[in-house]
Design a protein around this ligand. Sequence first.
Ligand SMILES: [Zn+2]
Length: 417
Amino acid sequence: MAASTERETDMGSVNAGVSARRAVSSAPPLALRILAECPVSKARACDLTLPHCTVNTPVFMPVGTQGTMKGITSDQLEDLGCQICLGNTYHLGMRPGPEIMEKAKGLHNFMNWKNNLLTDSGGFQMVSLVALSEVTEEGVRFQSPYDGKEILLSPEQSIAIQNSLGSDIMMQLDDVVSSTITGPRVEEAMKRSIRWLDRCIAANKNPDRQNLFAIIQGGLNAELRKACLEEMTKREVPGFAIGGLSGGEAKDDFWKMVTLSTDYLPRAKPRYLMGVGYAVELVVCVALGCDMFDCVFPTRTARFGSALVPWGSLQLKKKQFAKDFQPIDPDCHCPTCKRHSRAYIHALFKCDTAAMHHVTIHNIAYQLSLMRAVRASILEARFPEFVRTFMRRMYPSRETYPNWAVEALATVNITLD
Ligand SMILES: [Zn+2]
């Protein structure tokens, strides 16, 4: 692996030679510069340069649907300092559809978003949202929820849709199985995901401007994960995602699969942990060596009136906030906290969807500023202390720390007091 890592480091460095080399070797439009590595844990802070701007990692990527964030506009997202967000291929591929996307000259234009976009393959939504889906070697076959027509989402079709969206990072179509499933189906899905990765690589029409990420599968089986890592890291892909986790499996299994993956992933490429977005998971998984995260949780929970704060969350619909004139978080600099009180948002929840909008903005601001604080601590070589302070603030006492987090952090030499 040493030789390939060296080559990847060369390819991943930001320098004037990149564009010149791209012409001959079609190097991917991505450069990862590692700015600092925590001397204690596996945490790292990088600058990830993508076609639309440089992304400071570790990074949380908010999830948008149908080209707009639920409850927030592109402008507002930009004002919060968001450098990359997600678009859902499944929704966009169905409605408005690839032809409209081609006409709109891509999703950036369509949603008027000037920073980076990451699109998923569409497969996960299909398997999880559409009851009548069937996976074969060809792809995922399902019935359109819009007109009932049978549709095949093949690796080639998924990449064609993502090419028409013009995202900066595209995800391979993978064979998704529930993280709680065991047995031969997990191995079949892992091996098929490798074959589909090869088909996705071959299908990418824009390797010079769209990065294709591989997705490591293998369920909760260490041997299968390792086999998948070994095969996929042989491919010339610009980045890797850790997939198939965060689907209701035991937390002990979850973090062990995460740390096993980062042990085997090449240092010079970005590592994206899919579907993770609770604050404590973000902090622990940064310690385990992950760079990128996404999750619908912060925006979804906002719509139910739950505001994220450094000491947990506030259920703003509760009566106790009716006469509470403080902002959600007095230390938060987001537009919601600058302008509105808990009492106002509490009242608004009774009559107006604008309440959801205010809390969504706050929750995204919370996630982004948490990651900025994580990054600053890595750059200043005080990440372990940051983790200890974070945990003290998040939990009422040492006894209430989740066991899995304590154990996971101990494996990367961060002991909690
Ligand atoms: Zn706020």
